[in-house]
Ligand binder design. Structure first.
Ligand code: GTP
Ligand code: MG
Length: 137
């Protein structure tokens, strides 16, 4: 079984989309092995998005992701990394396929409701960044 890190971003939480997104995860059949609502410390946000440090939108991205509560989710299931990315849809909601979370709910590329790890390496790194030893059941 594969594990991945999913997150409901501040725009999703603020708009009350948490139950809708958890419902989609459950219907898909992924197991939630970790779940918490939290404010992201700035250092955690910068580490999480470290690969984008040199991008012009990095400051905006960190401000946004630390600007309100997020919901951190550890998911388990067959092919969960790619599967959860497929459920989210393309980064820019304008390019996201109908029926995906970003197509259905996101308003812009900067506020695109959810995050998902993009590889086994980033899943492992991100799960360790957000969840401590013994927090994943
Ligand atoms: P995440 O799951 O959030 O990592 O999204 P992603 O993997 O689909 O995209 P990527 O890792 O390339 O970018 C990370 C985040 O940076 C995206 O989700 C966007 O919110 C934001 N982002 C990417 N490109 C732009 C951009 O051109 N402008 C702004 N404002 N934000 C961007
Ligand atoms: Mg990414």
């Amino acid at each position: 079984m594969e594990r991945t890190f999913a997150m409901i971003k501040p725009d999703g939480v603020r708009r009350g989309l948490t139950p809708e997104i958890l419902s989609r995860i459950q219907k898909k059949g992924y197991r939630v092995v970790g779940l918490k609502q939290m404010m992201l410390p700035r250092e955690t946000a910068e580490a999480h998005y470290g690969e984008h440090k040199e991008r012009p939108f990095f400051g905006e991205l960190v401000d946004f992701i630390t600007g309100g509560p997020v919901v951190a989710i550890a998911l388990e299931g067959e092919n969960a990394i790619e599967g959860w990315r497929a459920m989210m849809g393309a980064t820019n909601p304008a390019n996201a396929a109908p029926g995906t979370i970003r197509a259905d709910f996101a308003t812009s590329v900067g506020e695109n409701v959810t995050h998902g790890s993009d590889s086994p390496e980033s899943a492992q790194r991100e799960l360790a960044l957000f969840f401590g030893n013994g927090e994943l059941l």
